[in-house]
Design a protein around this ligand. Structure first.
Ligand SMILES: Nc1ncnc2c1ncn2[C@@H]1O[C@H](COP(=O)(O)OP(=O)(O)OP(=O)(O)O)[C@@H](O)[C@H]1O
Ligand SMILES: [Mg+2]
Length: 809
């Protein structure tokens, strides 16, 4: 509701005739945000009930009232103290009722009056008033002031559209200095306070002086305004029509008080970005995009794209880093708290950190943890991050075929996003996190580009300070990021990438180590996780050993942890059901009772029961494994068939083994001419390759032709040459661990691998007997079961076999 009068439509004020006699009391109509000057005709809108009542009463009488401006620009219902002390007396010349119930009045303003006090406030204000006439000092100064004001004002009229041209004539013709001042002051759009100040100034010369100051200022503003106007004009000529329309739309929205939400958004983004210390070229790019965003209508598809982009820019840790804790003793503590043993690995990590400490800006090489699943690669990375006090983010490189997954898509693609590196940085919220890039050995490459080269750019300290994500399209400095990669094997890691990494191998754990890890880390963790108390459950060593040997066949401890967790949950359930009320000890029999029958039983005994089968040891990316080589013969023409998904190297190795056996078996020549030999390596789904099964093949073939079974407690590994030499192999530790898991007691290995024994933990050495062989004969002597008819004896007698059909097996 309009409480008080405001200037009505067409606010021009025109000087009019002489005032009537001034009464002692007048009802007061408060003015909002305007001042009425003496001797002007002023239209006003009146809406408030109390004011309407006032107008009606006044119209019933002498039509006279006082118009007084309020001090507060938005008063509710101003009382006496909120009104100025000086106003004008006036007469209502005309009144119009508007259909909405408000009134429009035209007031002929009379002389200036001073409010001496208020008689009543209800139903409307009535004040005692006294005349406040001008003081005039005629003279040349006054004339000069008048001319100055007239001249300046006429120049302003030319520049300012809101002042009608007619005023020019009116002002030029006015000879009364006081009326001149009042006319101009009323016409100008200046602050209400300034107007009131002019109204209150009774000395005409002073009033004109003040007015000429204000006019000078207004002239300047008008000049600047018209300069801007003409600039905008020329800009307009160049830019498109929709810009104009948008500006107009904006103006309308401003007028309606509907602030464009898009604009608020731009403002917010601008503020967010302003608060970040961006590199110079990034700042430029961001400013450019902000400017573009501002000009685009919200509905435009590109608007969303740019906004999204800027939101990404604002969310990245351009200037946020965490402080490194390079205290080695602390690091050691954290590593020990999280991981059992693996002393060598921890030492390497501490050395690495020590270098960082001595040379903080050293562009460190990248650690790469290589080893089978579940040996603690990821959790070591987490520990290092914890020790250093850095944020930890895991990035999976496994299965990444598309370069864009690492480096992002250009913004022109629909739904484009930054790549995994930038996304991880945002998640980390710091520019120096520890990134663990998992499964770097399982990156692929296809027509969509080579992710390995993108990864190289990420990891390479020479390049990564200006890593450019396609989406961001500006460089981001990755040189403060610490990278640790993990892989199961280095074979499939591209050479240039491998070169930049410092490899730390984790082979897998022995049964003893697993027992310790289980007791110290896995069991407590799983018990806590099920909500049991330490007083309710315990695992005996025999129970844990049973889980390890009967329910897991892994290099790491992941399945072990899962089985322990499963046992805990089963116990928890029975405790909850009330079946167990005393402390439960998970012993070996209880393992079987809780978890079921063994998943794995030693196979070697059953498999090698008949001649022709030998137990080999293989290295695979998931740790070592045992494999069985089966050889069989059938009537034929000396053909060799090899099956079981073997790679070329392994097939050739079978061929070499067969050739050696053929040359040394001492069988009559036509045995091979009349028999086909088939070598098969079961578990066909697992691709196998490499030469290290050579001696196993030779042993299986010899066992076949000599009809002598292979010892069931023995497994072997080694490459064979055509002359029967045994060549060294890799991964002895993994293979030894696999042998132990499979219940093997003896391992036949190349003599030249003997130094590797050093890598093998003490208790594993105690558990396994190693037979070192340089020649295949030594292998055969150790492998073939002496309790059976021995090969050498029988082979030398094989004259007997000549011409005979070999019995089918
Ligand atoms: N030496 C150890 N001491 C204590 N806990 C260990 C040890 N090694 C592994 N673990 C535990 O084994 C679990 C599996 O480890 P982690 O996830 O780190 O394996 P990983 O090597 O990263 O395997 P993957 O190659 O499958 O990713 C974790 O819970 C980890 O804490
Ligand atoms: Mg992992």
């Amino acid at each position: 509701m309009i409480e008080i009068a405001t200037p009505g439509a067409g606010g021009e004020q025109v000087a009019m005739g002489a005032p009537p006699e001034l009464p002692e009391r007048l009802p007061v109509l408060p003015l909002r945000d305007t001042v009425t000057f003496p001797d002007t005709l002023t239209p006003l809108a009146v809406g408030q009930e109390r004011s309407i009542r006032l107008i009606n009463d006044v119209l019933g009488g002498d039509r006279m009232l006082a118009l007084v401006a309020s001090r507060d620009p938005e008063p509710d219902a101003p009382g006496p103290e909120q009104l100025h002390d000086v106003g004008v007396a006036g007469t209502i010349a005309r009144m119009l009722k508007v259909p909405d119930g408000t009134l429009r009045i035209l007031v002929q303003a009379g002389p200036r009056v001073r409010i001496e006090g208020f008689d009543t406030e209800q139903p409307y204000l009535v004040a005692r008033v006294a005349p406040a006439p001008d003081t005039v000092t005629e003279g040349p100064e006054l004339t000069a002031l008048m001319r100055n004001v007239q001249e300046t004002f006429s120049r302003i009229i030319e520049d300012v559209p809101y002042l009608p041209e007619e005023l020019q004539l009116a002002v030029a013709n006015l000879e009364d200095p006081s009326a001149l001042a009042h006319l101009i002051a009323g016409a100008l759009r200046i602050r209400t306070e300034e107007k009131q100040e002019l109204l209150e100034e009774r000395d005409v010369a002073k009033r004109l002086r003040r007015l000429s100051e204000i006019l000078a200022r207004e002239l300047e503003v008008a000049a600047i305004g018209s300069r801007i106007q003409s600039q905008v004009q020329s800009e307009l000529d160049r830019s498109q029509r929709d810009f104009v329309l948008r500006q107009q739309l904006k103006a309308i929205q401003d007028e309606l008080g509907e602030r464009d939400p898009g604009e608020a958004e731009v403002e917010e983004l601008r503020e967010q970005l302003a608060a970040i210390a961006l590199p110079e070229d990034v700042r430029k790019q961001v400013d450019r995009e902000l400017a573009r965003l501002e000009k685009l209508p919200q509905a435009a598809a590109e608007h969303g794209v740019i906004r999204n982009y800027l939101e990404w820019m604002a969310s990245l840790p351009w200037d946020t880093t965490t402080d490194d804790n390079l205290d080695l003793a602390h690091a050691r503590e954290v590593l020990d708290a999280d991981h059992y043993d693996i002393e060598k690995v921890k030492d390497r990590i501490l050395e690495f950190l020590a270098v960082r400490r001595l040379k903080p800006d050293a562009r460190g090489s990248i650690l790469c943890f290589v080893g089978p699943p579940g040996v603690g690669k990821t959790s070591l990375g987490q520990s290092i991050a914890r020790a250093l006090g850095r944020r930890f983010e895991r990035i999976s490189a496994g299965g990444v075929r598309d370069e864009a997954e690492i480096r992002g898509h250009r913004r022109t693609y629909i739904g484009a996003m930054p790549g995994t590196i930038i996304r991880a940085l945002r998640d980390a919220g710091s520019a120096n996190p520890l990134f663990m890039i998992d499964e770097i050995d399982k990156m692929g490459a296809d027509y969509r580009g080579d992710p390995a080269s993108a990864m190289l750019e990420v990891l390479d300290p020479e390049q990564n300070s200006t890593f450019r994500d396609h989406y961001l399209d500006v460089p981001f400095d990755l040189s403060k990021v610490m990278f640790i990669t993990t892989a199961n094997t280095l074979d499939t890691v591209p050479g240039p990438l491998r070169d930049r990494m410092e490899v730390i191998a984790l082979a897998g754990y022995t049964e003893e180590e697993k027992l310790q890890i289980a007791r110290r880390y896995l069991v407590p963790r799983q018990i806590d996780r099920t909500g049991l108390k330490r007083s309710q459950i315990a695992f005996s060593d025999a129970g844990l050993r049973a889980i390890i040997s009967e329910r897991t066949r892994e290099a790491g401890v992941r399945q072990l942890e899962r089985e322990i967790g499963s046992a805990c949950r089963k116990v928890a359930r029975r405790v909850a059901e009330g079946t167990f009320d005393r402390k439960v000890t998970v012993s070996a029999p209880r393992v079987r009772e809780l978890l079921g029958r063994p998943l794995f039983v030693p196979e070697a005994r059953r498999r090698t029961r008949q001649p022709g089968v030998a137990t080999g040891l293989a290295w695979t990316p998931v740790g070592g494994d045992v494999l069985f080589v089966e050889a069989t013969a059938m009537p034929g023409k000396g053909k060799l068939t090899v099956t079981g998904q073997l790679g070329d190297v392994m097939k050739e190795s079978a061929q070499a083994a067969l050739s050696w056996v053929r040359g040394h078996a001492g069988l009559a020549d036509d045995w091979f001419a009349t028999h086909d030999v088939h070598v098969h390596v079961p578990a066909g789904a697992v691709p196998k390759d490499g030469p290290s099964a050579g001696i196993t093949m030779a042993t299986a073939l010899t066992s076949l032709v000599s009809e002598t079974a292979v010892r069931d407690d023995t497994a072997m590994t080694g490459e064979i040459t055509l002359t029967g030499q045994v060549l060294p192999i890799g991964g002895l530790k993994e293979k030894a661990l696999a042998a132990q898991r499979a219940g093997i007691k003896r391992v036949i290995a190349p003599r030249r691998n003997e130094p590797d024994l050093e890598d093998i933990p003490e208790h594993l050495r105690a558990d396994l007997e190693f037979v070192w062989a340089a020649e295949i004969e030594e292998v055969l002597a150790a492998a073939l079961d002496p309790s059976r008819d021995g090969w050498f004896a029988r082979g030398r007698r094989t004259g007997m076999l000549a011409g005979q059909t070999h019995p089918d097996r």
